[in-house]
Design a binder for this molecule. Structure first.
Ligand code: GLC
Length: 565
């Protein structure tokens, strides 16, 4: 490379006499260094849906001992923090998102001793453990709700949201449950309605009540005292509802092919201004401990999402960013959303990226396996904390759920319009042994049709497999801080391709992605001419990066540029 073409990370690019400011800058002041020390900035989160990860007890449902047995796999894969979907005592109407005791492990998953052992061994293996906090609603089987519904005079009556019927005897307002039908259930014994944003068996707690806040914060401390590394907070934007319980306005764009919840705009039922005080209080609980992570599940437009970072960083550390789930898979669209998101992140905020989760279609089901490889490359090289969803690393795609085996309560309640979430919750495929090595008996949900070749054992050591692709990318991220905490700069978007750069004081990398299933030529930034190709989604790719550079069909590559000077 000619010296005059060198791009310096914290300086300027001199090219053909022109001077351009480089976007990549190294941290310059102490507060930047302090921020950089927060572990989640450089680490990768891995979501485990415990029912479906590994079954040790042999009942067809995964459990804590099953997860513990897989710690060596997770460590070798190269992920850093495990987030477990709920493992607490629950009647399982919404598979654990309906909690009957915030401080107990459900026997289906094991015992508290199993949990303590899992936590200790995860830590020994250098893995962090995050739990799912479900504060918006409990199960109707929780002692709090049983007391609350026992009489209007019970001291816990106002822990939940009770209202008189409308004058016509119907529900107090027009709010709709996220799973369809009214968001209010009539209680015959006490003659009032209670509010439920999800199932009727998931009554909403009243977060305006200080006793509710104190009880939930104590439940958080119970787990934090044990040493858990943080929480993913379920539907955090739901915690504050309109004080006056006004009707939601109709959605002018609603079509009957959409779930019923879309019929109205959720203007009054969630995301009220008071939410940020609640989140700040939750954050204060986390701040009583060292370096614990608070993640919020939030499905809101970008500008509203950003508010959840909170004034002066008083919000959640990571408001989950679901944009890659919601976008069409096109170079222009993906590049635009990355640019918009990067521009919106507050100065003291940190980005994060997600491709799928237990509520959303799997990425390979959306894009097909070839583009799912590119999606993994994108997820693991964008600036920000990535969250991988179990099974993504082996590319589980669409799974057929026979009508008789449907489990998802939403799919049962709205069979026509829901997207059956079971499809993304099927068992992890470990080997070609019966039941894919997940269990010794028929699992609670079916396996993907190709499980005999799409499993961890079969894909391990197979150079071109999705699993080895993930392993390589995760190890590259660990090796090069530029790929995790480094600066981000878009290089080009053209003709189905998107290219960007990551760099820090040590190294610089260009990521080139072809979204088309035909070859595409991309302009190579001069800083990368002749650079080494560090990684390709096409295992057969060899050689150096010479201009003009042609990406193969559906190919993504990482090119190492000249070290910054
Ligand atoms: C969240 C969970 C989802 C659950 C709902 C109600 O969106 O991710 O699985 O059904 O909350 O708790």
């Amino acid at each position: 490379m000619k010296p005059e073409l060198r791009l310096r990370c914290n300086s300027t690019l001199y090219h053909a006499g022109a001077e351009r400011r480089a976007a990549c800058a190294i941290p310059l002041n102490m507060s930047d260094f302090k921020r950089a020390s927060r572990w989640w900035r450089s680490e990768t989160i891995y979501q485990i849906y415990p029912r479906s990860f590994s079954d040790h007890s042999g009942d067809g449902v995964g459990d804590l001992e099953g997860i513990r047995a897989r710690l060596p796999y997770l460590r070798d894969l190269g992920v850093d923090a495990l987030w477990l979907s709920p493992i607490f005592a629950s009647p399982m109407k919404d598979f654990g998102y309906d909690i009957a005791d915030y401080r107990a492990i459900d026997p289906l998953f094991g015992t508290m001793a199993d949990f303590d052992r899992l936590l200790a061994e995860a830590h020994e293996a250098g893995l962090k453990l995050l739990l799912d906090l479900v504060p918006n609603h409990s199960s109707d089987q929780h002692a709090w709700f049983k007391a609350s519904r026992s009489s209007r005079e019970d001291p816990k009556r106002d822990w939940y949201i009770w209202k008189d019927a409308a004058p016509d005897g119907g529900p107090p307002n027009n709010w709709i449950s996220n799973f369809g039908g009214p968001a209010w259930a009539w209680d015959e014994a006490t003659g009032q309605y209670y509010h439920h944003a999800f199932l009727a068996s998931q009554p909403d707690l009243d977060w305006r009540n200080p006793e509710v806040r104190a009880a939930m914060f104590d439940a958080m401390r119970f787990w934090l005292d044990k040493g858990v590394d943080g929480f993913r907070v379920d539907v955090i934007w739901h915690l504050a509802k309109d004080e006056h319980f006004r009707d939601n306005p109709p959605n002018p764009d609603y079509t009957p092919s959409q779930p019923e919840i879309e019929r109205n705009l959720q203007v009054h039922s969630a995301d009220q201004p008071e939410i940020h005080r609640i989140v700040a209080d939750m954050r204060s609980v986390m701040e009583e401990y060292d370096e614990r992570l608070l993640i919020g599940e939030i499905y809101l437009p970008l500008e509203r999402l950003m508010d959840y970072y909170g004034e002066g960083g008083s919000g959640v550390h990571l408001p989950f960013n679901f944009q890659l789930i919601q976008t069409d898979w096109h170079a222009q669209k993906v590049a635009a959303l990355v640019a918009e998101y990067e521009a919106a992140i507050p100065e003291d905020g940190w980005p994060n990226w997600v491709l799928s989760n237990h509520d959303q279609p799997r990425i390979a089901a959306r894009t097909g396996e070839r583009q799912a490889r590119n999606a993994a490359l994108l997820l693991l090289t964008l600036r920000g904390t990535p969250t991988l969803y179990y099974g993504e690393e082996i590319g589980i795609g669409d799974v057929e759920i026979p009508p008789g085996r449907i489990q998802d309560p939403w799919a049962k309640q709205e069979p026509e319009t829901s997207r059956n979430r079971d499809k993304a919750r099927t068992p992890m495929q470990w080997s070609s042994k019966p039941h894919a090595g997940f269990s010794t008996t028929e699992p609670w949900l079916p396996l993907s049709a190709d499980w005999q070749r799409r499993n961890v054992a079969a894909m391990t050591g197979e150079g071109s497999s999705m699993l080895e692709l993930h392993r390589s990318l995760l190890h590259l991220r660990r090796q090069h801080t530029a790929l995790s905490t480094g600066d981000y700069r878009q290089l080009s978007v053209a003709d189905d391709t998107f290219t960007f750069e990551r760099c820090d004081a040590q190294a610089r990398f260009a990521v080139l992605l072809n979204f088309a299933s035909e070859p595409r030529e991309v302009a190579l930034h001069p800083a990368y001419e002749g650079g080494a190709i560090l990684f390709s989604t096409d295992a057969k790719r060899t050689g150096a990066a010479n201009a003009p550079f042609t990406l193969g069909p559906d190919e993504g590559v990482i090119i190492q540029g000249d070290p910054p000077s």
